[in-house]
Design a protein around this ligand. Structure first.
Ligand SMILES: [Zn+2]
Length: 374
C-alpha cells in the first residue's frame, strides 16, 4: 500500500494517540471513598488511514458483563496498521458498580445511564459521566453501547435505537439489527444525548446480567465487524442490511405479568412465539390445587422473560412484541435452521426443546454449568 494513503489523524482525548498506534490506558474519571482514583480501562486503536471514529462501550450497568467480553475482543482483534479510522473501546464505564457486581453506582444506587452528558458540579454519577462524555464520546462519530437484561430476566439479542433519526438508523442497520425497539431513550441516557449531539449511537441488549454467554458475544462481534466494514474501516465484505428486521414501536410491545403467586411452567414452544388468547404459562401452588393460566394479549415474538421460575402477581413473565402473519414463518424458518440462538438466545426458562435440538439443551455452545437445565 502506498505510504501517501496513510492519512490518519491523531486521536485526542486529553492526550494524543497517533495514527498506527494502539494504546491501552486506565483513565481517571473520579475518586473512591478512599480518595484513590476510579479509573476506567480504555483502548484506543487509531488506524493509519483516515476514517470514522467509533466508540464501543460496556458495563454502564456494572453487572451487565456480556459486553465487556465484546469490547475486550474488539480491543485485541483490530490492528491499527489495517484500520481506517479509530475504535475507542470503553471496556467498563461503571467501574464502582462492576467491582461490586451491581447495576448502579454504589452506594446511592445512581444510574450512570441517566447522568449524561454529565455536570462538573453535579452528583457523583454526573461527574463521572461528564469526564467519559467530554474525553471520549464527544470525540467520536458514532457508537455502540452494550447492555444485558437486568438481573433475573433474560433478553434476546436486540437493539434500541431512535430509528426516526436517519444517521442512527444507518448505524443500527449496519449493525444488522434484526429486532429494534424504536425510541429516543430516557432523559440522561448516553445514547440519547450522543445521538442528539450528532454522534449516532445505538444500545445493544443481549442476554442476562452476571453471565458470560459466548454465543451472544460472537454474534455481537460479527455484527460489529459488519459495521466496521460498512463504514469502510476494515477491508472486508459487508452486508448492507439485515436479512430480517422488525422495528418495534412503543404500542407494539407489552410486558406480560403474572396473575398469581407460585411456580411458572411455560406453555409456549417449540417457537418463541405466543398466540393471542392462548396460554403463555401456568402458575401453580405447591399442591397443584390451583393453576392460573396467563394468556397472551396478542400474537407475538418473545423478546425477553423472567429467568426465575417463581413469581408473584404483577411480576414480569415475558416481554412480547407483536408480529403479523407474514413474519411468523420467517421466524419459524430462522429457528428451524439455526435454533434459538439464531434469533439471539439459547437460554429460555422452562421452554420446550425445539425438535432440532438434542434433549436437554442446544447442540452448539452448551450453557455453562450454572445455566444448565438440571
Ligand atoms: Zn443496562
Amino acid at each position: 500500500m502506498a505510504t501517501n494513503s496513510n492519512d490518519g489523524e491523531a486521536f485526542r482525548y486529553d492526550a494524543e494517540v497517533r495514527p498506527g498506534e494502539k494504546r491501552h490506558i486506565m483513565y481517571e474519571v473520579g475518586e473512591s471513598y478512599l480518595g484513590d482514583p476510579i479509573e476506567i480501562p480504555v483502548t484506543i486503536i487509531n488506524g493509519v488511514h483516515a476514517g470514522p471514529k467509533v466508540f464501543v462501550s460496556a458495563a454502564m450497568h456494572g453487572d451487565e458483563v456480556n459486553g465487556v467480553k465484546v469490547v475486550q475482543e474488539v480491543a485485541d482483534r483490530y490492528d491499527p496498521q489495517e484500520l481506517s479510522g479509530t475504535i475507542v473501546c470503553l471496556h467498563v464505564l461503571n467501574v464502582p458498580g462492576y467491582r461490586a457486581h451491581m447495576r448502579y453506582l454504589p452506594i446511592y444506587d445512581r444510574d450512570l445511564n441517566r447522568a449524561f452528558p454529565g455536570r462538573e458540579d453535579g452528583n457523583e454519577g454526573q461527574q463521572i459521566a461528564k469526564v467519559i462524555y467530554d474525553r471520549f464520546i464527544s470525540n467520536c462519530d458514532m457508537g455502540v453501547d452494550f447492555h444485558t437484561s437486568t438481573r433475573n430476566k433474560v433478553t434476546i439479542f436486540h437493539t434500541r435505537a431512535d430509528m426516526s433519526d436517519p444517521a442512527v438508523a444507518e448505524v443500527a442497520n449496519a449493525f444488522l439489527s434484526a429486532v429494534v425497539l424504536d425510541g429516543a431513550g430516557s432523559k440522561g441516557m448516553m445514547r440519547r444525548i450522543a445521538s442528539e449531539n450528532g454522534i449516532p449511537t445505538i444500545t445493544v441488549e443481549m442476554g442476562e446480567a452476571q453471565r458470560y454467554q459466548p454465543v451472544m458475544v460472537d454474534v455481537a462481534l460479527d455484527h460489529l465487524h459488519n459495521l466496521f466494514a460498512y463504514f469502510g474501516m476494515i477491508d472486508a465484505e459487508f452486508e448492507s442490511e439485515p436479512v430480517w428486521q422488525r422495528i418495534v414501536g412503543s404500542k407494539e410491545k407489552r410486558w406480560i405479568r403474572s396473575n398469581a403467586g407460585g411456580w411458572v411452567d411455560m406453555n409456549w414452544g417449540p417457537y418463541p412465539i405466543v398466540e393471542e388468547g392462548k396460554s403463555v404459562c401456568t402458575v401453580s401452588d405447591h399442591f397443584k390445587r390451583e393453576e392460573h393460566v396467563v394468556e397472551a394479549p396478542f400474537t407475538g415474538l418473545i423478546i425477553g422473560m423472567a429467568a426465575n421460575p417463581i413469581t408473584v402477581p404483577g411480576q414480569i413473565i415475558a416481554h412480547v412484541v407483536s408480529i403479523d402473519e407474514a413474519e411468523r414463518p420467517i421466524i419459524e424458518k430462522i429457528v428451524d435452521e439455526g435454533g434459538y440462538e439464531r434469533i439471539g438466545t439459547y437460554h429460555w426458562m422452562g421452554r420446550r426443546p425445539h425438535p432440532t435440538e438434542p434433549e436437554g439443551g442446544v447442540a452448539e455452545a452448551p450453557p455453562a454449568p450454572e445455566e444448565g437445565e438440571v
